[in-house]
Design a protein around this ligand. Sequence first.
Ligand code: PLP
Length: 460
Amino acid sequence: MTIDNPDTHVMSNEAMDWQQVDRSYLWHPYTQMKTAPLPVPIARGEGVYLYTPSGDRILDGISSWWVNIHGHSHPYLNEALARQAMQLEHVMFAGFTHKPAAVLAERLIQVLPAGLKRIFYSDNGSTAVEVALKMAMQFWRNQGDDKRRTFVVLDHAYHGDTVGAMSASAESAFTEPFKPILFSVARAHAPYCFRCPVSLDPNSCNIDCLARLETILSAQQDTIAGVLVEPMLQAAGGMIVWPQQFLQGVRRLCDRFGVLMIADEVLTGFGRTGKMFACEHAGISPDLICLSKALTGGYMPLGVTAATETIYEAFLSDDRRKTFYHGHSFTANPLACAVAIASLDLLHQNQSLERVRSLEAIFRSRRTSLQSHRYVGDVRILGGVIALELVRDKDTREAGGYLDRVGPELARIFLDRGLLLRPLGNVLYFMPPYVIRDDEVHWVLDQIDDVLNCWQWPKS
Ligand code: PLP
């Protein structure tokens, strides 16, 4: 690619304009290493491609941080956004309401797992999780039980970067500097079959890793407000795909011990796993669900926390201390709601769930050959996501985790081929917008094949 190297070809006007832009005031996430390459300028997007100011094309293989599902700059979504902007760009949501918020809530209720009946809006995935944690705790308190303030979370969890969401996430480089201000949680095993937490063979086990959750719930049931999980796919923790029995087990245990089950479907919602919501794989409904990312088709920041009627009713009171005092300036932003409604239209019109399932079929057809590479320890596939866990040695399964420098190294190699992949350390994954064509999927998998054929694990 010729990014930042204008000498190699004739520059477009746009590229020349870009050269005048001073980037030195920007503070980008994740790119403060002195040796990190400069962020890639993007001028426009169309379908599955992003274009640099000089016209280089990059296939967006991770849906721009997992948000995009219908492709970039989709005419139908553009129009919905423009139409709404001409009507009402924003109004505060306390004491006021508007049509896009009401219509979106009704549309969501129609597709959400059974029992989720009340829609609370916020701004992004982290705040959707914060809201769920706060709702769960106040739900108990409003009923006179203020002992229930602990949350059970899973190993390898990632729920966002705000303080509550960080507290509920696994300890990592992301959370380490803030440890003194994070609240404590109880941590149960995740069903990470490739590195089984209870050292069993996943082909013959009885989901024994669930026992840890049972032990915690039985020992602390009077103090636990809820269990928070990323159903079926723990994403940032390494694209860990679950057996659906684990998810069924979580629901069963929450019922048995009378605690709330919170599903963080910020990533998995809206078809990414081949079902509208990942909870459907196990045929269960949570008490609270957190949504964001693909909610707006990847266009606008918007969060939703949906709750059961039972939870909502615990807040209904003339005693103002029972009110849920949580609201953001941009709660239920009409532009975001309008584009989310249009995204739901497209999900149905484009038969997106069928499309995701056909992506999964292609991934499965290429599994054996991908698995055969020297450094591929495990191949995990669920819906529109394929992940390769790379290991230095297949016998020892040694790898460096999220901070492993193989991640940035491979990202650079793929970018040079016009492909945006951004491994989570040693976990290389591909998660495209659903509208990607079959030949494009095969092209990406060919690139992965080709790179893994010749690439050598860096010497430590
Ligand atoms: N929850 C899950 C499962 C996520 O994957 C993420 C982000 O990747 C979040 C929450 C946080 O979402 P956001 O980045 O919109 O704050």
